[in-house]
Design a protein around this ligand. Structure first.
Ligand code: F6R
Length: 368
């Protein structure tokens, strides 16, 4: 049942190329238009939307953070992303023209469910992004985008996350199509790039042995930091969460631009810092990240850099370099998160932990 893997998590990491392909399947009609089967919100409903609030918990929340970058860039609709547990109890301002998007792999997370119930009482439209057919959250939503990852059994979300990202991109592109934004001409181009993702993820998985060896070097680490910026920031947060929940190591993700505002004080000799380097296309992001890496390394950090293949500018500052396929910055989370999943899975295995059933955690959190 684990296809020869030691853990469901590892099996599910390796399933990601297929899960992503399934998630993309049948979304483009012959005329090139995007179709989302169970969207159920009319084009007019969507055209009336002037604000989006994404609510989720844990890993799904990080997918929501990526969605914000994509939707704001492609659709020019303001997006807020909020933890479901915080949203529900702060008396949020919701209007008819607010679209609430709930992201939940299981479709049963109590905080997220309470949040959408609250939103519907306030007359906002609710769209669910969910992996579990017929679960409570999509049933109580106006529309749904199913992620089609197949059942996720490992407690740590992996293919669930990647396919949530696909659903978020599809939602962004769909909104751009319906709203007819300037970006409209590029929708087909982004869909073509998404279609290449399974092959790109496979290319990352081909480097698993190197990443495993690297992970095993870190069994004695007491703390590991993750740095990213722009769409790489949620990836850094997700990499840190995976390490916390599986290896029980103190791990934190930071926005690289925040380093100087405090976290840089944590850097000491030999501290592992995993850095998600944006692709070179957007030079301002890339160069700022490189200078952040330079700074932590000058203070003794051991820098493990995930960077676009062929990016030689990072070589002088990387103690370890993990090449990533060349993809646009907004799509980079789909390839950049994979080495971090492999790293956490292997490190926890080497420490002798139960990767599929980490201590104190449940697969779906049905109590608030
Ligand atoms: C992390 C993880 C959790 C879930 C969170 C939300 O690996 O699995 O952080 O992402 O509990 O769960 P769903 O998406 O089912 O609402």
């Amino acid at each position: 049942e684990k296809d020869g893997h030691d853990w469901f998590m590892r099996k599910e990491i390796y399933e990601q190329p297929r899960a992503v392909a399934n998630s993309l399947l049948g979304r483009r009609a012959a005329d090139g238009q995007l179709h989302l089967d169970e969207m159920r919100l009319s084009d007019q409903d969507l055209r009336d939307i002037d604000k989006i609030i994404i609510i989720a918990a844990g890993t799904s929340f990080y997918a929501g953070m990526v969605a914000k970058y994509a939707i704001e860039h492609w659709c020019r609709i303001p997006v807020e992303v909020e933890l479901a547990s915080e949203f529900r109890y702060r008396d949020p301002i919701l209007k008819h023209s607010t679209l609430v998007v709930a992201i939940s792999q299981s479709g049963e997370t109590a905080d997220t469910l309470q949040a959408i119930r609250h939103a519907r009482v306030q007359k906002s439209k609710v769209l669910a992004i969910c992996n579990t057919n017929g679960s409570t959250i999509p049933r109580e939503s106006d529309g749904v985008i199913y992620t089609h990852a197949g059942p996720e059994i490992g407690v740590a979300s992996t293919k669930g996350f990647l396919t949530q990202l696909v659903a978020c991109y599809l939602l962004a592109l769909y909104l751009a199509q319906v709203k007819g934004t300037r970006f409209g001409d590029e929708i087909a181009q982004v869909m073509d790039q998404l279609d290449k993702m399974p092959a790109h993820i496979r290319a990352v998985l081909d480097q698993a042995e190197e990443i495993y060896a690297l992970a095993r070097e870190h069994v004695d680490s007491r703390s590991v930091l993750f740095l990213g910026r722009h769409a790489g920031y949620p990836v850094a947060l997700e990499g840190a969460l995976k390490l916390k929940e599986l290896a029980y190591i103190h791990a934190e993700g930071f926005a690289a631009g925040e380093l100087k505002h405090g976290p840089i004080a944590l850097i000491e000799d030999g501290l592992p810092v995993l850095c998600v380097v944006p692709p070179r296309g957007r030079d301002f992001l890339h160069d700022k990240m490189v200078s952040g890496i330079q700074e932590v390394r000058a203070r003794g950090a051991r820098t493990i850099c995930l960077a676009e293949e062929g990016d030689t500018s990072i070589e002088p500052y990387a103690d370890v370099l993990i090449p990533l396929p060349s993809v646009p910055v907004l799509l980079q989370p789909m390839v950049a998160v994979v080495p971090l999943q492999l790293f956490a899975c292997e490190l926890a295995t080497a420490m002798g932990h139960d990767v599929d059933q980490p201590r104190n955690l449940a697969k779906s959190v049905t109590v608030e």
